[in-house]
Structure formats: structure tokens, C-alpha cells
Ligand binder design. Structure first.
Ligand SMILES: [Zn+2]
Length: 397
């Protein structure tokens, strides 16, 4: 709501034309010239210059004289989009530091459940030192996901590790970092207790008004049973999982409960990852029925850096292959991603006055192989590559 009011003040007309500058014209710190500026939040898609001042977006106009700026970047032939937001990553490992995500254009990211109430300080420490914005979905299991050798991951055969009181204590203490709760409901993690684990995740989140992200695929219960428990704003990740209890029936039709869940405000996230999270057949069948992701996330971890996932722009390119338009794809990793968590309000847009997080992308032509989690692949003719990154007004790539 807040954002809508703000946009109304800054933007005039349905053509998505920015008006005025919100900061003094005494000179800009940085000017990005000549790129195709796509800001889905404002419905803006045009060649334009973007001026930055004091770490904020200052002005967007067809031409801004370079003499008004201390420095400039020529973005001719490139896309200029809001800093990418990846709502499902794993940033727990020293081998894949936040700086590496930032280098691929991700200025804001959410670690999805790597740590739980008992070890969340580990990842908060990583977030504190990150050059980009790292926020956390805390795992409902007190030790999180892959806590290390000799430690039992999550809750496997007991509910004990889904400790609601410990979850509340952690949020009270570290609330500035925690944007929601993650629950992995696959049988390999939650056994037969997916519904009970989900109930506990909601109990942890509810008093703080936080969303729950559930990881589906090979759950004990059919998806409609899980969706019935979710609240508007909760998130289903791995939405195209082909394992039992996904979004399609045996004939490949979307379940009516899935359509109803979206209408109720439950969000669906892609979550590329590496194992059993999606295949092209499910993605194509669902897309053919108009069921596209609200957010496109990478689920990137260390092995994903070298296989299937690579980086968020590669994952986004898979959706160009699926037939989505460029602005539709960019929205899934900017404005839609920001709208998923209230703590990200104001991000994912180039609206004057907001933080100057900007990613410069090249949409390259060629032959590109896009792989799913089952060695299925499609050959596409376009792929996005990151060519520049501005975080908080500073050019970092
Ligand atoms: Zn994940």
C-alpha cells in the first residue's frame, strides 16, 4: 500500500513516465546512459538515462546531460533493471560468499532456511559482513539445513527439532534479519509429519506476522492438504516439482486447489536448485495453463555454481525460453520479489527517491543450453548476462 501511494506521487500517466527529480540538481554522483531501462513496478520500459545521487535514484529521463554528473556509465545496448532480488538462495558456505552473488547482479537475497533457531548467529554474521543485502528465512528445524557433519539435519524422525519457543526467542533477538520461516516438507526431511511440521512453522511465524515458505516435492500429503493450511502471503517453493504431490494431476492438469490458493494470495516460487525440484515437462504444462511463478529464484548453493543453476540471470533466461516477456521475467526477480517480504519494501524498483540498486544486463543472442534437475534440457536463443552492478549508488561491477 505504502509503495502504491509513493508511486502515485512520483509518476504521472499510464505510460510510465517518471516526472521531476526528487533531489537537488546540484550534480549527480553517477549517470547511467543510453540503456533500455525496465522497471516493472512502474510499467516503465524505454531507452533512458538514470541519475544517482547520495545512494538514491535521483532522476530518470530520456536524456540527462553528462556534465551534471561526476561519473557516468555507458549502458548502450544493455538492459538497466532494478538490482536483482533472489528470494531463495543458500549463502551459508565460505565457498560461495555473498560477494559472488553480488557479482552476478543480485543486490538483495534471502537465504531460505540454511540455519535454524540454534545456529542462526552463524549466518547473521555472514549477513552483517555481506556487501549486498542478505536476509533470512529461519528454518523451523532448530539446526537448519545441512548444519555440518555429526549434526542431525532438521527433524527427520521427530518433531522435537521444530521447537516453537526457541523459534520465538530467535526472532525476538534477531528480528531485523529474519523475514520469514522455512519448512522443508519432503518425506526425506519431515517423514510422514509434513502437516505437523508446517503447523509448527506457522506457530513460529504467526505472532510476528511473518510468512512461511514451504519446500514441496515428494511430501507425505497431497499438496491441497498443505495449501489448506497456508495463509495469504505464505510461499510455495519448488512449484514445478515433478515428484509425487505436485501442482498437476495425473493428466497434467493444474489442481483446482492450486489455482484457488493463488487467488487466496499464496505465492508460488520457482527455486531452481539441483535435485528433484523441477523439470521442463511440468514447467511447460503449467505455463501452458497460465501458471507462472510469482518469483523466480535460483536456490543457488556451492554445487549449483558449476551446474544447472550457475547464476540468477541464467535461471531467469529459462523463463524467456518458456515464453515469458523480458519485463515479465524481470518483475519476478525485482518488484514481485520485493513484494514477498515486508522488509524489502521500497526495493526492486527504480523509482526516484529509492535506494540505487541497479543491475546492468546483456540479453545475448546465441545457442544456450538450459538444463532442468533431471538432465532434461532446452536450447534457447537468448541468455541474460550480468555486465554491471550498482549497489546503494556505488558501482561494484
Ligand atoms: Zn533451498
Amino acid at each position: 500500500m505504502k509503495r502504491r501511494n509513493f508511486l502515485a506521487k512520483c509518476i504521472i500517466g499510464s505510460a510510465g513516465v517518471y516526472t521531476g527529480r526528487v533531489l537537488p540538481a546540484s550534480g549527480f554522483d553517477l549517470l547511467i546512459t543510453g540503456g533500455r531501462v525496465i522497471d516493472p513496478a512502474a510499467g516503465f520500459d524505454a531507452i533512458a538515462d538514470v541519475a544517482i545521487s547520495g545512494g538514491l535514484i535521483a532522476e530518470i529521463a530520456p536524456t540527462i546531460p553528462a556534465s551534471n554528473a561526476a561519473a557516468s556509465v555507458d549502458a548502450g545496448g544493455m538492459l538497466v533493471v532494478p538490482g536483482l532480488i533472489d528470494v531463495h538462495v543458500h549463502a551459508r558456505d565460505a565457498a560461495l560468499p555473498p560477494a559472488e552473488f553480488l557479482a552476478t547482479g543480485v543486490t538483495t537475497m534471502v537465504d531460505a532456511g540454511s540455519r535454524g533457531a540454534l545456529n542462526i548467529p552463524q549466518i547473521i554474521d555472514i549477513a552483517r559482513h555481506a556487501p549486498n543485502r542478505l536476509r533470512l528465512l529461519m528454518n523451523v528445524g532448530v539446526l537448519g539445513n545441512n548444519p555440518g557433519p555429526n549434526a542431525r539435519s532438521e527433524f527427520l524422525d521427530s518433531l522435537e527439532a521444530a521447537d516453537v519457543a526457541k523459534g520465538h526467542e530467535a526472532i525476538e533477538r534477531y528480528g531485523e534479519w529474519i523475514v520469514g520461516i522455512k519448512a522443508r516438507l519432503s518425506r526425506g526431511v519431515s517423514g510422514q509429519r509434513d502437516l505437523q511440521v508446517l503447523q509448527r512453522a506457522i506457530e513460529v511465524a504467526e505472532p510476528f506476522g511473518l510468512p512461511v515458505m514451504i519446500h514441496i516435492g515428494d511430501t507425505a500429503h497431497p499438496l491441497p492438504d498443505l495449501l489448506a493450511v497456508l495463509r495469504p502471503g505464505d510461499i510455495v517453493t519448488h512449484m514445478y516439482a515433478p515428484t509425487p504431490n505436485g501442482i498437476l494431476n495425473a493428466e497434467g492438469q493444474l489442481l483446482p486447489e492450486v489455482i484457488a490458493a493463488r487467488e487466496k494470495g499464496i505465492r508460488f516460487d520457482f527455486g531452481n536448485g539441483l535435485n528433484e525440484h523441477w523439470n521442463w515437462e511440468v514447467a511447460e504444462r503449467a505455463a501452458g495453463q497460465g501458471f507462472l511463478p510469482d518469483t523466480i529464484s535460483s536456490d543457488l548453493n556451492v554445487p549449483g555454481r558449476a551446474s544447472q543453476v550457475f547464476d540468477l540471470p541464467n535461471v531467469l533466461s529459462k523463463f524467456l525460453q518458456l515464453g515469458m516477456t523480458l519485463p515479465e521475467v524481470i518483475a519476478r526477480a525485482t518488484s514481485n520479489a520485493a513484494a514477498t517480504f515486508r522488509q524489502l519494501d521500497g526495493l526492486g524498483t527504480l523509482t526516484p527517491g529509492e535506494i540505487a540498486d541497479i543491475t546492468l544486463l546483456e540479453l545475448a543472442d546465441g545457442e544456450f543450453e538450459f538444463t532442468d534437475n533431471y538432465q532434461g534440457s532446452r536450447t534457447g536463443s537468448q541468455r541474460l548476462f550480468t555486465r554491471g552492478v550498482i549497489a546503494g549508488g556505488q558501482q561494484v561491477v
